[in-house]
Each structure stands twice: as structure tokens, then as C-alpha cells.
Design a protein around this ligand. Structure first.
Ligand SMILES: [Zn+2]
Ligand SMILES: [Zn+2]
Length: 261
């Protein structure tokens, strides 16, 4: 707002520089810096770059010194009647107030444009914030549902591991039972070994090797027919009767086995 500094601005739209030195003043109440004035008004016919008025009159365009010398000020209106002096002054003041008014209008327009831009930006920002908020809420929901799924998996995992431990305990118990039976049968079989033939002796060894490597997998329940026969081969060696007297898990296969021998 160089008007406050008692200085007008060049009315050339892209210039708006503070006027100093010489200025080009037009009859349509516009003013331009020396550069734009000399450039625009050198052509013929001269057209005001601010309002497109034709400036054909001899005094329609005047190049004015903005800080005239004391001598000039002393002489320029000298000899004129007071009403003429006042008339000239009034016209000069009207020119000035028009420029100030135009500048004020321009500033107000700029302000309102900036305000509307600001409002637009605020609106966009608010919309962006709202969409971010929505995204965030959706993500939080997703995280919560994933947490629930994870909890469910954890629960299932602990259930399964609990079952596995239970199976393992059962397996260990059975293994212990099997070991004690084997020991017992060995002790019992020692007496008979001298007199009885021992066709399944090598099988017994395989069976022993099998149980010497305890495994967490439920090896015992998954034992197929081969496993069973190995088991029973061992019994055959040491006397099946003793085993069945002891715990009698008389399955069909066990019975048939005993009948065979
Ligand atoms: Zn200019
Ligand atoms: Zn003009």
C-alpha cells in the first residue's frame, strides 16, 4: 500500500511499481511509470493500457516530474487567477483521490479473492481430514478384527498343544508300561531260553531299538500292522501268556496271534 507512503503505483497490470522521478499521466486518470509510459505511448494511436481509452488529444498524455524543483513550483501557476489556481488544484486532487480509490478497490478485491481461496483450501483440508479420519477408523476396525482372529488362533494353538501334551503323557505312560512288561518278560524268559527255540530274537532287538528313540509324534497309535507284529514278536520271544496275564489288551489281532502259536 504505497498510497500510504504518498506514492502512486504504475497502473500497468503486471507492473504496479512505486512511481518516482517521471510518470506518465493520462486524461482518463491513469498513471504509468516512465518505462511503461514511454513504451505504450510511443505508438500511434495511443491507447491507455489500463482502460483502453484512445488518447489522441495534445494534452491527453503528459509526462510529469513527480518531485518538481522549487523554481518550477514557484512559476507554474504564477499569474493565474485564484479560481483557476483552485480549479487546477481541485482537478489534481480529484486525480489523486481517484487513484487512491482504485488502489483501495484493488486491495479489497485481492483480499476477498485470498479469503475465498483460503476458504476453499480450508474446505479441501477439512474433507481430507474427514477422509483420513474415516480411513483411520476403518484401519482400527481392521486391526481389532485381526487381533480377534489372532486371539482365536492363540486359543486354538494352546488347545492343540494341551492335547499334544496329553497325548505325550499317555504315550510316555504306555511306553513305561511297555518297558516294565518287557523287563518282566525278559526276567521270566531267562529260565525258558535254554530249552525253547527263539525264532523272533532278531525282531526283539529291532523292537528295542525302536523304543530307545522316544519321539514326540504319536508313534505308538499310528503303528501299523508291522509295528504290532514287531511288538508281538517280542512277546513271542518272552512268552505271550505272561503279558496277557499282566494287562490283557486282548485285541482281535492279539488273539489270532496267540492262536497261531
Ligand atoms: Zn510500470
Ligand atoms: Zn485509462
Amino acid at each position: 500500500m504505497s498510497v500510504c507512503d504518498d506514492t502512486l503505483l504504475c497502473n500497468f497490470a503486471k507492473c504496479r511499481t512505486k512511481l518516482s522521478g517521471f510518470a506518465w499521466v493520462t486524461a482518463c486518470s491513469h498513471v504509468f511509470c516512465d518505462q511503461h509510459g514511454s513504451g505504450e505511448f510511443s505508438r500511434s494511436p495511443a491507447i491507455c493500457p489500463a482502460c483502453s481509452s484512445a488518447l489522441s488529444g495534445k494534452l491527453d498524455i503528459v509526462r510529469t516530474e513527480l518531485s518538481p524543483s522549487e523554481e518550477y513550483k514557484a512559476m507554474v501557476l504564477a499569474g493565474l487567477r485564484p479560481d483557476i489556481v483552485l480549479d487546477i488544484s481541485t482537478r489534481a486532487l480529484a486525480f489523486w483521490s481517484y487513484q487512491v480509490h482504485q488502489e483501495r478497490m484493488y486491495q479489497e478485491y485481492s483480499l476477498s479473492r485470498a479469503e475465498s481461496q483460503l476458504k476453499q483450501m480450508e474446505k479441501v483440508l477439512t474433507q481430507q481430514n474427514q477422509s483420513r479420519e474415516l480411513e483411520l477408523t476403518a484401519m482400527r476396525g481392521e486391526i481389532n478384527s485381526l487381533k480377534k482372529v489372532m486371539e482365536e488362533y492363540k486359543r486354538k494353538y494352546s488347545e492343540v498343544s494341551e492335547r499334544l501334551m496329553e497325548r505325550n503323557r499317555q504315550y510316555q505312560k504306555l511306553q513305561g508300561l511297555y518297558d516294565s512288561l518287557r523287563l518282566r518278560n525278559m526276567v521270566v524268559g531267562v529260565g525258558e531260553r535254554d530249552t525253547l527255540p527263539q525264532p523272533g530274537h532278531h525282531n526283539y532287538k529291532i523292537g528295542a531299538a525302536q523304543q530307545a528313540t522316544p519321539n514326540i509324534s504319536p508313534q505308538f497309535p499310528s503303528m501299523g500292522h508291522d509295528g504290532d507284529s514287531r511288538f508281538f514278536s517280542c512277546l513271542e520271544t518272552d512268552g505271550a501268556k505272561t503279558f496277557f496275564q499282566f494287562s490283557s489288551p486282548t485285541t482281535e489281532r492279539g488273539r489270532s496271534f496267540i492262536k497261531k502259536h
